[in-house]
Design a protein around this ligand. Structure first.
Ligand code: SF4
Length: 470
């Protein structure tokens, strides 16, 4: 055999006895365990050689080399200007959940809402916005304690052709003023629902009256607007997770088809009240895998209603669709202060909501600016220099690098540093297990598995092979 030109840069990983290979563009396939050593010693079979050539995994011409560079570039985050604003009009809240991620203030406390000057600077920023599309997320505290501030912001963006808003609320309080905001077509409602009402009460509302209030209000908005306008997210304690079927049922019975399972975030109050959440990969991974398998079985038995886990669908889609770079939890590079910022109740600007929580908890100040003077700061530049998985030795050898990302705020939060070996970090362990799960499913022969995967990927047809094999 002739010496090969343009040897493929393949990495490999064994998942459920299958040997998965992928190059730096994210092209993947299943092959023999000793493929890499036989490529090195030029001992490929004709069939293997043809397979690699046909898929341009051997870059033998200039054109193929250029195409490869283009494909690699498409895997990298490509963002330029502001597209997403997370706003915190007040830090006050009318609940005190055990794992609240924010150092909240009591409902009647003073000095925890935007003042006139801050409101003016935020509405000024939005009025000057000249792009086509802007998404605004209202966080808290509980933002509905200040419906006047929400309305002022929404009015300021009336010139933006595609402006959408999400109001993250605990739904404890609903009155005409709040419903008038919810009535707006471009407004979505996001709330927390931890599963059955017993679980929800134990983790959030604490007493019967608040739990009933929440249930009444959730039913009211669902009846009034339908589940398409509302999303509900559960927060799960990996060391004491709810029973899967009852959690799924709590969502399905209300018409929700997406469930975004979130482990307790090791931030803010959670780190004081749930210190065990610093490392959650083992328990979490096992529960998560069981949850996905349960959804697959359920979807096969109830084919008229396919349920998805939001983050798993996103990871799966990132394997197949380069360019999905708007999810800030999973992308590389993961630039901060570019396409999205968080503006706190006092006008300070943070790169992410997690950074705000860390700062508010007094762990480390991750402010990158303020609404009065801007956020093109040395702090932002310093964070952005490390916000990539491209230079990390563990990631460079990882088969999942093109689909994976970097979250330095999570590293700072858990370990107080960003230079830990990647494989030792919670971020890496968690994503390694999600991608392992994804590839074990991609290469599963079970009809039920393939059925769910096709739906989660938005594919029609029932004879599509998702993963190739030599
Ligand atoms: S963080 Fe871990 S899973 Fe992700 S690319 Fe790096 S080594 Fe792979």
């Amino acid at each position: 055999m002739e010496e090969l030109d343009g040897l493929p840069n393949l990495r490999s990983r064994t998942v459920s006895d299958r040997h998965i290979f992928a190059n730096e563009e994210g092209r993947f396939f299943k092959g023999q365990h000793d493929l890499l050593s036989r490529i090195g010693s030029n001992e490929l079979s004709d069939q293997e050689l043809k397979f690699l050539q046909k898929r341009h995994l051997i870059k033998s011409s200039k054109l193929v080399k250029h195409a490869s560079l283009f494909a690699q570039a498409r895997r990298k985050t490509n963002v330029e200007g502001l597209e997403y604003l997370i706003l915190v009009p007040t830090l006050r809240c009318n609940l005190a959940c055990s794992y609240c991620q924010v150092s909240r203030a009591n409902e009647n406390a003073e000095g925890y809402d935007w003042d006139e000057a801050t409101l003016g600077q935020i509405t000024g920023l939005i009025k000057q916005f000249s792009g086509r599309s802007l998404k605004i997320e209202f966080q808290g505290g509980e933002p509905t304690l200040r419906p006047d501030l929400i309305s002022a912001v929404l009015d300021a963006g009336s010139h933006i052709p595609d402006m959408t808003a999400v109001i993250c609320t605990n739904l404890q309080r609903l009155d005409e003023e709040i419903l008038t905001i919810f009535n707006r077509e471009n407004v979505q409602i996001s709330t927390s629902l931890d599963g059955s009402l017993i679980t929800h009460k134990a983790q959030r509302t604490q007493d019967d009256a608040s739990t009933s209030q929440f249930e009444r209000n959730l039913s009211l908005v669902l009846k009034r607007y339908g589940p398409g306008k509302i999303s509900a997210l559960p927060t799960v304690n990996p060391n004491d997770p709810p029973e899967i079927d009852s959690l799924v049922e709590a969502f399905v019975s209300r018409g929700f088809t997406s469930i975004y399972l979130r482990p307790i975030n090791y931030q803010g109050f959670a780190r004081k009240q749930h210190p065990e959440s610093i490392e959650q990969s083992g328990h979490w991974g096992a529960y998560y895998s069981k949850f996905i398998h349960r959804l697959i079985a359920r979807n096969w038995d109830n084919r008229d209603q396919v349920i998805e886990e939001t983050y798993f669908s996103h990871c799966l889609n990132r394997i197949f669709k380069p360019g999905l770079d708007r999810h800030v939890d999973l992308r590389s590079p993961n630039p901060v202060g570019v396409d999205y910022i968080v503006v706190d109740f006092d006008g300070k600007i943070y790169p992410t909501d997690e950074a705000r929580m860390l700062s508010r908890s007094g762990i480390i100040d991750l402010t990158i600016g303020d609404i009065a003077t801007g956020w093109d700061s040395p702090e932002r530049r310093a964070l952005n220099e490390a916000s990539t998985n491209a230079d990390d030795p563990d990631c460079q050898n990882c088969v999942y690098q093109p689909y994976c990302g970097r979250d330095i705020i999570d590293d700072i939060s858990r370990y107080g540093r960003i230079d830990l070996r990647r494989h030792e970090t919670n971020f890496c362990k968690r994503h390694m297990s999600i991608f392992d799960l994804a590839f074990s499913l991609i290469y599963s022969n079970e009809d039920a598995v393939q059925y769910s995967l096709r739906h989660w990927l938005g594919l029609s047809g029932d004879s599509i092979t998702l993963g190739e094999s030599i």
